[in-house]
Ligand binder design. Sequence first.
Ligand code: HSE
Length: 379
Amino acid sequence: MSRKTLNIGLFGFGCVGLGLYEVLQKTPALKASIKNICVKDREKERAIGKENFTFDKNDILDDESINVVVELIDDADAAFEIVSAALRKGKAVVSANKKMIAEHFAELLELQKEYNVPLLYEAACCASMPIIRNLEEYYDNDLLESIEGIVNGSTNYILTKTFEEDLSYDEALLQAQEKGFAESNPILDTGGFDAKYKLTILLAHAFGHVAKPKDIFNIGIDNIGELELKYAKEKKLKIKLVAQAYKQNDGSISAYVIPKFITPDDRLYNVDDVFNGVITKTSFADTHFFVGRGAGSLPTASAVLSDISALSYDYRYEYKKIYREEDTNLSNETLVKVLLRHKKADSEALKDYFENVEESYSNNDLGYITGTISLNSLI
Ligand code: HSE
């Protein structure tokens, strides 16, 4: 099969954009070159000369010689405008913008169908770790029972540094920002929103279910307190922010993002720092474990590069599971094991929500309950 020559119009030249520029220089076998780069800030000092940049998006969108648009900007609304305009113009698109893709999944699906052009976004989930294409191509819907994993690099970095190296939360977050892992609004990472956007995308490719991010429950790491840290240390557990989705017996899917205590025998236990790890479980293969760098310039650029390369062979997601049109629905009728920290006075009232209380403890003003509770009650 001969490979297409790709003329790229790049939007954004931040951490990942520069990374892509660098990896493209080092992969001459790929017949892909950046023809034009559109950026917003006219004053910013950049690693390459001014002559490479434009400030007008139409210089790329109206350029008929550009057949691939790579969208690597921060602003999800502007990204959606650019990506939808490019698809309407018949240009293939590669994007790393998980928020934009998760929030507009159904519209982007329609646009790809209507204009018969591909949109690829491997870098949007777990950066360098090839999870979307595996879910899309390898697993049949009936066989896949669950996906569970660490899908946000910044929070994993912060948890590792605060837990194991006793760094303060603020210092660890600052490091995650300086290393180019964190979102420009870090609440998206620490509040579990970024993980939820990724889970929304993974759900579509794993189970053919197109959800809205607002329908998926998320708790981040920003409210983890001394009590939970102490509890974990005493019991030799680690705390990880975990995104998970699983099929329930009635066929519904349960999906949520929540910090979890992880035991040393769990494969996620040793997924530390900026690494992401995802465990898939299928009916016959049992489990598979994927691991890779979940954020950062070159690892993210490597996934963008892989999508660009796939376009040169006319690869596209077929969305087979979505088009099978099986009834799938999300349900919060599922049981989760939790440690719930509470004010001492609330202890008895909260216990009523639990299906099963394992342990209950209070000191003068604080307490916690561990046990099983339905996700609905938790929400
Ligand atoms: N802020 C994201 C993370 C970047 O830390 O995982 C990669 O998607």
